[in-house]
Design a protein. Structure first.
Length: 643
């Protein structure tokens, strides 16, 4: 009996040693950019990029038009010198909305670089970012898995990740740029937290900081879905590798185990703190000022989670269509997890559970997380979405099927394990074997019928302000409002002016309005003692200077923009003069629009209205800049002492 026990222990030890040997000799020996398997992975990923290389644009995809006009607004603000946009002046029919104050800007920042410096078109820039997100997600998954399971498994995991049906749904059908870009950061964060536990270093800490901050700046929604998995994975790694000698001996004294765990937890804690610091420019004002926007319209009607659950059979259904998801089992949108990823993941999990006890709990972590997040999207999980406490976490996804982002991540990791050296028949590592090529072919061909987009023409007309207004009216999208708005408008005078200008000059692009002032009010009354005259002197997307004459002391200038914190009015000392004092901005009490009104002193003067940083925005900028400086300083320090 003792001999059999010793033999079993030796087998487990040999398996663990074999696994560690793969990780250290196969993955870490050469720089990533010199790894031929990485370039092979990217080459095989080009089939997923190819649909974005064809002429035209997939205007009819769910969010394809949104991202064009998000970029349109981003570019307008860049042209006016606003390098970190927060206010979108043309949303909600020209009344404005603090879109980039509550929506991660990273993916559109990348698109703006391609538009502004690369001289790409709006559609070309957006399609390029989609393509880059595919290649980036393949690279990220390959890099993570290479340090853990070797190059062959990394190749398979990366390709499963790229060709997973839900990933392709995000790319081609939903056309959600932020969520597609978020796929890049998820494996990088897992990679970084694993390195922080196993091999703490400056590079690991900085990697965790950049990956989590990048995810937050890309999609705070996906971040909320991902952080529970990242936290559980951290705890699994901590317990598994956190003891002084790297063993899992839970019989060690409590103070020894907890002391070792505390030391191992230091690097991940520093990385997460740095991540929050780097992204503070975005999340701090988003959190503190979120209550100043109306969100009720984004959780009712077609956004109600109750009508967006997935039925169990849809996980395996080959159904694949385009358009908007609809309630019920007859939905034409494909929410399949994919036969190939499911089969590969199940087989790999079963075979490796016994043969690699060293990573058993990591396998269990991803297996349990993948199954749980898939179940949370199903109709059978509906009661949980109304349960106390847990409902707040679940509803952060807005749509139940968004949890498939995490299920896809976990499924890809497990499916890649099918190419672990212990399971490859000829035990040849670092080589492109026939078995590996067969796996690659199965993965790519399994999703090949899904690799297409529906190219169409923009029904609203060429990209521009009139088309943006028509899109908002026809789709009821991009019509958010602030909390001072009692009723969301269905149209507006600024929107109408753009349509009228287009009709009057159909061959010329329509320029932005030259004033935010509401001239529907009688602002040209020169009557002595009672008159009120207002004239715009200077204007851009986030500023306007006006000259006024008021014969009375109780007159207000009305601006056709929703009020939101950050808008500030100043009385100037002459045209373009120094600021004398701040004027009060009062959201209009009458009507339903909550527009800005500025009471002005009696007489003649100049008023400047500007969208500025609030204390949370200023603090966020300072913290992010300071964190970046400290990370760079620490990097230089680490580089100097590692020579």
């Amino acid at each position: 009996m003792a001999n059999r026990t010793m033999g079993a222990a030796n087998v487990a030890l040999d398996s663990a040693n074999s696994h560690n040997q793969v990780a250290h000799t196969d993955a870490n020996r050469r720089p990533l950019w010199r790894d031929g398997f990485l370039w092979l992975t990217l080459c095989f990923s080009l089939f997923a990029v190819a649909p974005f290389l064809q002429p035209g644009y997939f205007w009819s995809a769910n969010d394809a038009r949104h991202h064009i006009y998000f970029l349109f607004e981003f570019n307008r603000l860049w042209q006016d010198g606003v390098w970190w946009p927060r206010w979108s002046p043309d949303f909600t029919f020209g009344y404005g909305y603090p879109f980039f104050n509550i929506y991660g800007p990273f993916s559109h920042f990348v698109a703006e670089l391609l538009l502004y410096y690369g001289k790409l078109s709006y559609t070309g820039a957006i399609k390029s970012v989609f393509g880059l997100s595919i290649l980036g997600s393949a690279t990220a998954m390959y890099a993570y898995m290479r340090t853990w399971t070797g190059r062959q498994a990394a190749l398979c995991a990366a390709l499963v990740y790229v060709y997973a049906p839900y990933h392709l749904l995000n790319l081609y059908v939903r056309a959600n740029l932020a969520e597609s870009m978020a796929f890049v950061w998820l494996p990088l964060a897992l990679w970084a937290v694993r390195q922080c536990i196993l091999q703490p270093s400056y590079a690991a800490i900085a990697g965790l900081a950049v990956s989590v901050a990048g995810l937050l700046l890309t999609s705070q929604l996906v971040t909320l879905l991902f952080l529970p998995l990242l936290g559980v994975y951290f705890l699994v790694l901590l317990v598994q590798y956190g003891t002084p000698d790297g063993t899992q001996d839970l019989m060690l004294p409590v103070w020894v185990r907890f002391g070792a765990w505390a030391r191992r937890a230091l690097a991940p804690a520093l990385g997460m703190a740095a991540a929050m610091g780097l992204s503070c420019i975005f999340w701090l004002p988003m959190v503190l000022e979120y209550g100043d926007v109306r969100v009720d319209q984004w959780y009712d009607g077609r956004y109600d989670f109750r009508g967006n659950f997935v039925y169990f059979f849809q996980l395996f259904s080959p159904q694949w269509g385009f358009g908007i998801s609809k309630q019920g089992p007859d939905d034409t949108i494909g929410f399949q997890l994919g036969a190939v990823p499911l089969i590969l993941a199940a087989v790999a999990f079963i075979l490796l559970w016994r043969r690699l006890p060293k990573i058993r709990w990591e396998l269990a972590c991803f297996g349990l997380a993948g199954a749980t997040t898939a179940i949370l999207a199903l109709q059978i999980a509906a009661p949980l979405w109304d349960a106390p406490l847990i409902s707040a976490i679940l509803r952060s996804a807005q749509f139940p099927w968004r949890w498939f982002t995490i299920a896809t991540l976990c499924l890809s990791i497990l499916a890649g394990m099918i190419a672990h050296p212990l399971l490859m028949l000829n035990q040849v590592r670092n080589r492109l074997t026939p078995q590996l090529l067969a796996l690659v072919a199965v993965i790519v061909l399994g999703s090949y019928p899904l690799l297409h987009i529906e190219v169409s023409e923009p029904v609203e007309g060429p990209i521009g302000l009139p088309a943006l207004m028509r899109f908002q009216r026809s789709s009821d999208e991009m019509t958010g409002s602030t909390r001072w708005v009692k009723e969301v408008p269905m149209w507006g005078p600024i929107a109408q002016s753009y349509i009228d200008e287009e009709r009057a000059h159909p061959d010329s692009p329509v320029a932005p309005i030259r004033s935010m002032v509401d001239y529907d009010d009688d602002l040209m009354d020169y009557t002595p003692g009672t008159g009120f005259v207002v004239d715009s002197v200077a204007h851009n997307s986030v500023m306007e200077e006006v000259w006024y004459f008021s014969g009375q002391a109780d007159r207000r200038i009305i601006f056709n923009q929703f009020y939101y914190p950050g808008w500030t009015a100043y009385l100037l000392d002459g045209e373009h003069g120094a600021r004398i004092r701040t004027l009060e901005i009062i959201p209009e009490e009458t009507g339903t629009l909550g527009r800005m009104t500025v009471p002005v002193p009696q007489g003649e003067g100049y008023v400047l209205l500007r969208f500025e940083d609030t204390p949370p925005r200023t603090m966020g900028k300072i913290v992010s800049a300071l964190t970046a400086f400290l990370l760079i300083l620490a990097g230089l320090w680490s580089s100097f002492f590692s020579r």
